[in-house]
Design a protein around this ligand. Structure first.
Ligand code: AMP
Ligand code: GLY
Length: 433
């Protein structure tokens, strides 16, 4: 037990990564830059105040402090080239290079790539001129109703329109009113796909693909999947909608094909690859790629990883994933419910004191912090998504019941949350077959 590890980021995903890495018998200490109140509350996990965009300072810190491994949580530093910069400074860093991370940072790159490699996805066209986009929307021979900023827009750059007029209005919003800044200079107009959405992630060393159990995120703010889109209000894993056979199909026709295609194109992809998938009547189709763990999917996937995360990451970095495939807990289901600040995903207030952590812990729940900080020795809210409560049980229904007890235990003024996480899986399991 000697390694020191640095996790980059400050959300619930990063708290979960730090929590799981801290369980490794190889790991002595986990540092998180910049972290949150949750990653500063235990003996083995603490924060460091270095900006995640200052790659030179991070590399220097890693060398001075003998950091064995850096694990990057969010997409922005990956797209900004943190992996290349740290690796060339001699620091071991887990995640794709900026070039490989284009699968997430450029939707146009991802769509062109999928077409070149026969990876199933919605029909699409890219545009740099709004009038061309609108005339395409009006005359397309498929419902071209999804308008996406091609660049990174913190998960917000997608508008799903109800009709052609709304789709043209979305083009205007993105291209002329620059709702997502330069991310919307190029847009992708896409066919509306119908079905259930699932998140299929894998570890990959550039050759081998090791799928994780499928998860489902609940992106809408309100119960019943209504209301505005958010970063995600809760998730569960495994998603029973994805049978073993279907996961194998997704592995072969999507994940492995992507990793092989990147290798063939001279842009090897290593790290975590996340395919957002629509289960359509014609089969699974890719909605998007992410180049990292999902948030909040990470909070339900990693608790089911039986293997040592530090070892899985090291074998991925060594190109030896095939010799030590991760093992998953197949007997349990994990649910996570996000507690957010009143007003989220719009304007929200900060600085509300949060209580009830020890009560939730006494119930056997994991509380992963996101937008939290310390003020006068107390934990207070500092973000839209404040924390997530994860419950791991033998089935989905009891996991949800336990998570609800945690929601009752943890309190802060204006807390909002959904009590129906997993409802689609419960409906799926109740269907006659
Ligand atoms: P993305 O960031 O590309 O995954 O898009 C965000 C959300 O928009 C997805 O999670 C879907 O709910 C929705 N979405 C994106 N593309 C499509 C599509 N082609 N058809 C239907 N819904 C979509
Ligand atoms: N939960 C969706 C994402 O992380 O992009």
């Amino acid at each position: 037990m000697s390694a020191r590890v640095l996790v980059i980021g400050n959300g619930g995903r990063e708290h979960t990564l730090a929590w799981k890495l801290a369980q490794s018998h190889h790991v002595r200490q986990v540092l998180v830059a910049p972290g949150n109140a949750g990653t500063a509350s235990s003996e083995k996990i603490s924060n460091i105040a270095i900006s995640v965009s200052d790659h030179t300072a991070l590399a220097q810190f890693c060398k001075d402090e003998k950091i064995e491994l850096v694990v990057v949580g969010p997409e922005a530093p990956l797209a900004a080239g943190i992996v290349g910069n740290l690796t060339s400074a001699g620091v071991r860093c887990f995640g794709p290079t900026a070039e490989a991370a284009q699968l997430e940072s450029s939707k146009k790159f991802a769509k062109d790539f999928m077409d070149r490699h026969g990876i199933p996805t919605a029909r699409w066209r890219a545009f740099t001129k709004p009038e061309e986009a609108c005339s395409f929307i009006m005359s397309a021979d498929f419902p071209a109703l999804v308008v996406k900023a091609s660049g990174l827009a913190a998960g917000k750059g997608v508008i799903v329109a109800n009709n052609k007029e709304e789709a043209c209005r979305a083009v205007q919003e993105i291209m002329q009113e620059k709702a997502f800044g330069t991310a919307g200079e190029t847009i992708v107009v896409e066919e509306l796909l119908e079905g259930e959405e699932v998140s299929c992630l894998c570890f990959t060393d550039g050759k081998t693909v090791a799928p994780m159990p499928a998860a489902q995120d609940h992106k809408r703010l309100l119960e019943g999947d209504r209301g505005p889109n958010t970063g995600g209000m809760g998730a569960y894993c495994p998603a029973p909608q994805v049978s073993k056979d279907l996961l194998l199909k997704i592995k072969n026709s999507i994940l492995q094909r992507t990793v092989d295609g990147m290798q063939q194109e001279g842009i090897p992809y290593t790290g975590v690859l996340y395919a957002g998938i629509m289960l359509t009547k014609e089969g699974p189709k890719v909605l998007e790629f992410n180049c990292r763990f999902g948030d909040p999917e990470c909070q339900v996937i990693l608790p089911l990883l039986k293997s040592d995360l530090y070892e899985v990451i090291q074998s991925t970095l060594d190109g030896l994933l095939c010799t030590s495939l991760p093992i998953w807990l197949e007997t349990h289901t994990a649910i996570t419910v996000v507690m957010a600040s009143k007003g989220y995903p719009g304007e929200y207030s900060k600085g509300m004191e949060i209580t009830g952590f020890s009560e939730a812990q006494a119930l056997g729940l994991e509380v992963f912090h996101a937008g939290t900080t310390f003020k006068d020795g107390r934990v207070v809210t500092s973000g839209g998504r404040v924390l997530t409560i994860t419950s791991i049980q033998e089935n989905l229904i009891s996991a949800l019941e336990e998570a609800k007890k945690g929601l009752a235990a943890i309190k802060f003024e204006g807390a909002i949350y959904r009590k129906d996480i997993g409802f689609r899986a419960i409906a799926f399991l109740q269907q006659p077959r």
